[in-house]
Design a binder for this molecule. Structure first.
Ligand code: NAP
Length: 437
């Protein structure tokens, strides 16, 4: 097929770091093939960075394309497409907005930005009749935004369970397979480049929570921000808890869970991120190392799993370029693609009302009557016990209890009361159980 657009499409890059460098490299190397796929050449018109003079390994990319004036670049008025891969909320948000208002379609990999200012930016895109695409913002290379927005547009999604942060999955996998402590596994992840020097956003769950907000919005046609997502990281997960999980046939994973729940008043949506026990028989249990996966439960399609690399320059650039080609084709055709659907302004369910199960490790006195007094507290909160096992004797006596499904608030209240019982020496680990019955 020959290019049939009358002029090249002008593309600006905002950011040329891990992801931007791969995008620029592939745009240059694969220019002819991309032109054939789009129907017009894609021409790099400018690249905004912080350090314009820095050495960059980008053969074929003219040095005079680099600028530190990102604002002037997005406002120059002749851009067709802008790729935002600089990260952060400021100035990225205002730049994306200005790019849309100046007539460009935008592709971004920035989950933090969309989880903070998504509603406003999608509105700006709709008003400008331009695309705002973000496949790379959730789980890197894995196609999940387009499947939820397009392939499943005629189905009803009930639940999305995601391993959407490679750093934490790597750490938990090391703890499971090698028996390492959290600190040992984190140090190893940093040594191998899977974790940043400041790992807070990953290990505290903030990165996964931003992705959970985006996934819930797509799955349930509503708007969520980071503040709507309950978030617990993995820093308190102990080697002992991971070992105890393994003994019960489960593995510990950091999950992003987005659910639609029937309530007395209709339907409510919840999004939460926390470590959870996943039965070894569940497909998510086999997601190893720094890999990501998103498991979707829907009414007609049933269960679907999307699996692959959730980060890294080349994998993320694949998703960015997929969006870029789609948005460029739309420019050639004079159309724009499906925007966000946020018509379902549903109630947000607080985490306390989410239904889940708990796995608890409890150090107890080894004497008659202990089991009865513990069971009584569960009954008081209407929580039923699925399995209870005693390990060890004397001062090593420990109970491992797995509950049936109950509201999170009732389970948490039960744990609080157990902590105060005379017969309980310590509740050493409490983890939710997901993905099984
Ligand atoms: P990065 O390596 O830190 O690169 C950031 C780039 O943006 C650099 O080129 C930097 O310029 C430029 N920049 C930063 N602030 C700027 C400013 N105020 N004005 C102009 N330029 C600015 O980041 P990255 O890892 O490529 O990530 C980019 C985005 O992709 C983020 O939103 C991230 O969440 C998302 N993402 C990344 C991955 C991944 O695996 N890395 C995966 C999925 C999504 P200099 O080069 O001069 O420093």
């Amino acid at each position: 097929m020959n290019a049939h657009h009358d002029r090249p499409l002008r593309v600006a890059l905002l950011g040329c770091g891990v992801v931007g460098t791969e995008v620029a490299r592939r745009l240059t190397r694969d220019a002819d093939e991309l032109a054939r796929r789009v129907g017009a050449p894609l021409e790099l018109a400018g690249i905004a960075v912080r350090r314009a003079g820095a050495e960059r390994d980008l053969p074929g990319v003219p040095a005079d394309l680099f600028t530190t004036d990102a604002d002037a670049l997005v406002r120059r008025g002749d851009l067709d497409l802008v790729v935002e891969v600089m990260g952060g909320i400021d100035p990225a948000g205002d730049l994306v907005r200005a790019a849309l208002e100046n007539g460009a379609s935008v592709v971004t990999a920035n989950k933090a930005l969309l989880a903070a200012r998504g509603a406003e930016l999608f509105e700006a895109a709709a008003k400008a009749e331009r695309d705002l695409s973000f496949e790379a913002a959730v789980a890197g290379a894995i196609p999940i935004v387009r499947p939820l927005r397009e392939s499943l547009a005629g189905d009803r999604v009930h639940r999305v369970l995601g391993i959407v942060n490679g750093t934490t999955n790597y750490i938990l996998d090391q703890m499971t397979t090698l028996g390492q402590s959290f600190d040992e596994a984190l140090a190893e992840a940093q040594r191998l480049g899977y974790a940043e020097a400041d790992p807070t956003a990953d290990v505290e769950g903030h990165d996964a929570a931003a992705k959970a907000a985006l996934l819930a919005g797509l799955a349930f046609h509503t708007n969520l921000t980071l503040d709507d997502v309950y978030c617990e990281g993995i820093t308190k997960v102990t080697a002992e808890a991971v070992r105890s999980a393994t003994e019960t046939g489960s593995v510990v994973k950091l999950l992003a869970i987005c659910e639609q729940t029937e309530t007395d008043d209709g339907v409510a949506v919840s999004a939460r991120v926390h470590p959870a026990l996943v039965p070894q028989s569940h497909p998510l249990a086999s997601v190893r190392g720094a890999y990501n996966a998103v498991f979707v439960e829907s009414e007609a399609a049933g269960d679907l799993m999307f699996y692959g690399q959730g980060a890294g320059g080349a994998p993320t650039a694949s998703a960015v370029l997929g969006d870029l080609v789609a948005a460029a084709r739309n420019r050639v055709g004079g159309v724009w693609g499906p925007g966000e659907t946020s018509h379902a302004d549903v109630e947000l369910l607080p985490v306390g009302r989410a239904l889940t199960r708990y796995h608890m490790d409890i150090d107890v006195d080894d004497r008659a009557g202990v089991l009865a007094s513990i069971a009584q507290e569960f009954a008081r909160f209407g929580v039923s016990i699925q399995t209870m096992r005693q390990d060890g004797r004397g001062s090593d006596a420990r109970l491992v209890i797995v509950t049936h499904e109950a509201e999170d608030a009732s389970l948490a209240a039960t744990v609080e009361v157990l902590r105060g019982l005379d017969v309980v020496r310590d509740v050493t680990s409490v983890l939710r159980v997901e993905g099984g019955s």
